[in-house]
Design a binder for this molecule. Sequence first.
Ligand code: PHE
Length: 366
Amino acid sequence: MALAACGGKKEEEASVIKIGSILPLTGDIATFGESSKNGLLILQDEVNEAGGINGKKIEFLFEDDENKPASSASVAQKLINNDKVVAIIGSIASKCSIAVGPIATQSKIPMITPTSTNPKVTTQGGEYVFRACFIDPFQGKILAKFSAEDLKAKKAAVLYDVANDYSKGLAEFFQKGFEEAGGEVVSVETYNTGDSDFNAQLTKINALKPEVLLLPDYYNTVGLIAKQARSTGIDAIFLGGDGWDSPDLFTVGGDAVDGGYFTNHYSPEDTSPEVVAFKEAYEARFESVPSAFSALSYDAGKILVAAIEKAGSTDGEKIKEALKATDITAVSGKVKYDADRNPIKGAVILKTEAGKQKFFKKINID
Ligand code: PHE
């Protein structure tokens, strides 16, 4: 696994393609880092067992960014300058990927984030930054349309974290979409990362009796808010995005989070051959159902491997050009890039029911 010391190093560098991977392996979303790592390990074995890329094996070098943007930036420098990786997969949260993007582009090292959905990741990151997931304007619009058309909601409220790019973006895109769909956003309230008492905001929201309440944050905060919301008397249907995707949503939120809906990148209940094959490989190795984080990380790796193969080179610029022309069917759907290096692809809506997330509906783009 590790590179042989001194004498053997040169030879080994020539035969192994090193890919950096920046993930939150410790910290508040460590479970996401872990499941992303698992997805990449499945891909690594699959590629190497099939003979590697043009005869060369691939190796992921994992670095922990603790879900902190400053750490993401410093491990990116290390991977690029010391380890000489040819590309980077990562990070997970948008705020971390936003910190890595400009470093990747400056160094001409292609980067693909599996899960960071904020538009700034690619627009600010520059031409070497790509992603495997859809973006928040799309996610926000789906939620808005779903609220207006399927749930027939006329009044919505939003409660979001002003200090988190992901939360803020999703709140804005939902609001815009819901108003465009003819609905009224009766209340927009905010808090700060780390807050744990939401009573003041929830009391204001309750007075306006919205039919849906968007909680665009990660599962632990959502669980907390949902509980407090129900005890304030709010009976609105809760809505969220991919940040809800963790079994811990129910551990924290209990039955307060039941009956909600959230957008996600993939459902393990999907019967497409790609999902079935990936699920089988994952379950055989890790004895659990792969989350969207695992699926998207596997997909990000697959997109990169296909591009290196097509480029016939590990030169950053050539890989970047090949990435732009990506056209593959991945676990989370078909991936092709638009001009901002964001995939044009579909989504799923999942429902929270009796402590579990259930497949509810697929949203195709064509
Ligand atoms: N889409 C989220 C983001 O961009 C991904 C994510 C979800 C990250 C949940 C962490 C936890 O931030």
